[in-house]
Design a protein around this ligand. Sequence first.
Ligand SMILES: Nc1nc2c(c(=O)[nH]1)N[C@H]1C(S)=C(S)[C@@H](COP(=O)(O)O)O[C@H]1N2
Ligand SMILES: [Mo]
Length: 353
Amino acid sequence: MTDFTPALLDVVRADPLCAETPVAQLTAVVTPAASVYVRSNFALPRLDASHCIAVRGAVDAPCTVSLSDLAAMTQRHVTVTMECAGNGRLGMDPLPPGEPWRFGAVSTTRWSGVPLRLLLDRAGVQAGAVEVVALGADAGLRDDADGEVRFVRSLPLADALHPDTIVATHMDGAPLTADHGAPVRLIVPGWYGMASVKWLAALEVATTPFTGYFQRQRYVYDVDGVIEPVRRARVKSMIATPHDGATCERRVLVQGWAWSGAGAIARVELSVNEAPVWIDAALGTPASAYAWTPFEAELVLPATETVHIRSRATDAAGHTQPERIVWNRHGYGNNAVRAIAVTVRDAMRDAAS
Ligand SMILES: Nc1nc2c(c(=O)[nH]1)N[C@H]1C(S)=C(S)[C@@H](COP(=O)(O)O)O[C@H]1N2
Ligand SMILES: [Mo]
């Protein structure tokens, strides 16, 4: 059972719900709440208003935090572009197992809640702590694990203590919906979505690195058995208008978004029909340090019927989107340059004139 409205999402899997943001909804800075992509690994846990978060482990004073405790604390609002690490999996060949996401498992949302740090400070993190383990209330069976697996993820202590890592209760000013983690979830800006644990049930301060299923068996780049954890989002861009498959005039305003978990976007370039020349797009101001950066450029397309347009982003840390993705076993982190195809209106007439 989910509470989604199918018309506002492109469903990849119905139960548990995995659904993409429709391309047409990716033209706004903040994605309309009903169209924010959903990625759930297990059946929805139904939590009510009496839900509390347990704070325990290597802390001086273990405690439980109720929803009214949270409401009484200092609120923080962060606008965050969140992308599923599996976004673009369908662009990998051969297709790895996992949800076959196209390119809409990314959204930008204004989240509100309490800095995780306030909860940790209240409990008193002890010396020797290295990570904070966030436990979701959802669990289920997996083909490659024994017994029930719970959705549990750890964060390095420094990321957990960052003032913009929040325990969120609201999106877009309204209480979280069940699919997005009601009544409370973690939001970890800059990281791929798996770090933002929904239906947050407990926080455990740990003195050794956590090795659970969703830390070591999933959300890892596995390239020929060499394992690298999936953490911050790789630099990426997407063209939002015109959209893939659209018909447009020869003179066309190309607009889109670029983001990176490693910092600000420094440059976005466009190319037409695999031409080796890249054209710089103009960058707009992002809504926050964690929100995607708008870009645009006016292009004059060749008078052929089908034209391919590509975008390539570079972040302030110097990472540029690769031409081709390094294939990995679970199909994560596909940030390769992608071409959209458009049909040029009256290409033949224009060519003749
Ligand atoms: N408890 C729990 N938290 C979770 C998940 C989950 O299955 N269970 N999925 C994660 C993944 S993989 C992503 S991409 C984001 C998606 O958040 P959303 O559904 O609100 O867009 O939630 C993360 N948090
Ligand atoms: Mo994800």
